[in-house]
Write a protein that binds this ligand. Structure first.
Ligand code: GLY
Ligand code: MN
Ligand code: MN
Length: 470
């Protein structure tokens, strides 16, 4: 092939070129989050956030910043500490402790902003090497009446910090509280702004492309790993740094394993595939599931189950409106799944009886919806009326839906082999349909529904081209 022809061909295939990914939000965006957090806290609070160090010897994955730390600072290097003193005088409100520049180390593990960069790029009022944190702690604590910390699961750091705070408190006459600031940050993260929505939209769009790529490859004799690889290729070539979560690509007996991790089985004619895979983009997660037959055409059993799950999903999405309560989404899908299971003869009783006895959980064992954002199961309270009961808690999620919230809607039916009293024609049939929904004043907006979801659309997208055969 002559070179100009090659270039034209490569340009036509968008996945041939990896792109740099989305532009990161600017320093003002992070400063606005710090200001919003400060407004929730007493003026004499000190807030200390830990960006954890990399696990020693980890060569498996690139470091991913802690979502809360990034949301408040934009700083994405490991082993750092951020301190905010909302009530301090100008120039002393924001201090960063970071790994200093050191080429001998940087040439192994990556470039650093260093102490200077912490000030010039990340707008810290002052910055120090992270090794100096304990030394600087006393002046940072001076005058503070409440400690708010975020430990990012670095227990040792938290314990040392709280011990130092208690020593200070022991010097005074009043008790000084030490509190986890994560719930405050979680509530801020629950409602997404225009910048976040734009990034989430891209994450969903890229994930849709990845699903289309997988769909076109599925047929008998192909390994699950081929679908997974196609999706990872699309996400990374499209500018995502990593997948939003470990891909779940399960065929036949694996389609009934909710978080099946292996993706290494050869798919057989007559089976369903549950493909729950999505891209992370600019640190924001999509979460998308499509289910389809390996053969490219739905059997009557597959169609019967799929129709129920799709109807349940549509009814639940319709409930994701401003002012609704989060459990309305769950309840709408549960009612339709339960009616469907009764109709198929998989459970016995009335809808009320089946919900009360929870016999449906043999086939629908998970909730329908979770928050989505920087984390795939994103931060933000569900305001569970009963958080202790894992079966019913999503039905007691009292959070009111507001514009800018983003949630998944993901009902499913999974019929394991040898399910008691179940005709073998239903065995090993799993279906989950999952999309990412933005709550808007104008109603629910589906960010990921361009991935083929109607049976006719799926069968069309799976039709072999003239060069393939099933
Ligand atoms: N992909 C994980 C979930 O659906 O919640
Ligand atoms: Mn999900
Ligand atoms: Mn999912």
């Amino acid at each position: 092939m002559r070179i100009p022809t090659l270039l034209v061909a490569l340009a036509a295939c968008s996945s041939a070129f990896a792109v740099a990914g989305p532009p990161a939000p600017g320093p003002e965006w992070f400063a606005a989050h710090r200001a919003a957090l400060a407004a929730k806290l007493p003026p004499d609070a000190v807030v200390i956030l830990r960006a954890p160090a990399e696990s020693p010897g980890n060569l498996l994955d690139a470091y991913r910043p802690d979502s809360n730390v990034w949301y408040l600072t934009g700083f994405s290097e490991p082993d750092a500490i951020a301190v905010f003193r909302p009530g301090a005088v100008e120039g002393k409100r924001y201090v960063l402790f970071v790994k200093p520049r050191n080429w001998t180390e940087e040439r192994w593990t990556g470039r650093r902003a260093g102490v200077e960069g912490a000030k010039s790029e990340y707008r810290a009022d002052a910055a120090y090497p992270v090794a100096d944190f304990e030394k600087e702690l006393r002046p940072l604590f001076a005058g503070a009446k409440a400690l708010f910390y975020l430990d990012a699961r670095d227990r040792e750091f938290r314990e040392k910090l709280i011990t130092a705070w208690r020593v200070l408190a022991a010097d005074g006459t009043e008790p000084l509280p030490a509190l986890d600031v994560a719930p405050h940050v979680a509530q801020m993260r629950l409602v997404k702004d225009a910048t976040e929505i734009a990034i989430l939209r891209e994450a969903a769009t890229l994930s849709v492309e990845a699903h289309r790529a997988a769909l076109s490859l599925a047929r008998p004799g192909v390994n699950e790993g081929v679908l997974k690889a196609a999706m990872v290729q699309r996400c990374l070539a499209g500018g995502g740094a990593r997948m939003a979560y470990a891909p779940i690509v399960g065929s036949g007996p694996n389609s009934v394993i909710l978080h099946y991790p292996d993706a290494n089985r050869t798919m057989q004619a007559g089976e369903m595939i549950v493909n729950d895979t999505a891209c992370e983009y600019g640190l924001y997660a999509a979460d998308v599931t499509r289910s389809y037959p390996v053969s490219g055409t739905f059997s009557s059993e597959q169609r019967a189950v799929y129709d129920i799950v799709l109807a349940a999903q549509k009814a639940a999405i319709a409930k994701a409106v401003v002012g609704a309560v989060h459990h309305d989404v769950q309840d709408a899908s549960l009612a339709i799944v339960v009616d469907g299971l009764i109709k198929l003869g998989l459970v016995k009783g009335t809808r009320e009886e089946v919900i009360k006895s929870r016999s449906y959980t043999a086939f629908f064992p998970h909730g329908t919806s979770h928050w989505l954002g920087l984390d795939v199961h994103d931060a933000g309270s569900y305001e569970f009326a009963d958080p202790t009961d894992r079966w019913t808690r999503y039905s007691s999620s009292m959070a009111k839906l507001k514009p800018g919230m983003v949630l998944t809607v993901e009902p499913g039916i999974y019929i394991p082999e040898k399910s008691e009293g179940v005709d073998p024609k239903w065995w090993n049939l799993g279906v989950r349909i999952e999309d990412d929904i933005l709550v808007t004043e104008k109603g629910p907006e589906c960010l990921s529904c361009a991935a083929p979801r109607e049976i006719a659309e799926i069968e069309k997208a799976m039709k072999p081209s003239s060069s393939q055969s099933r």
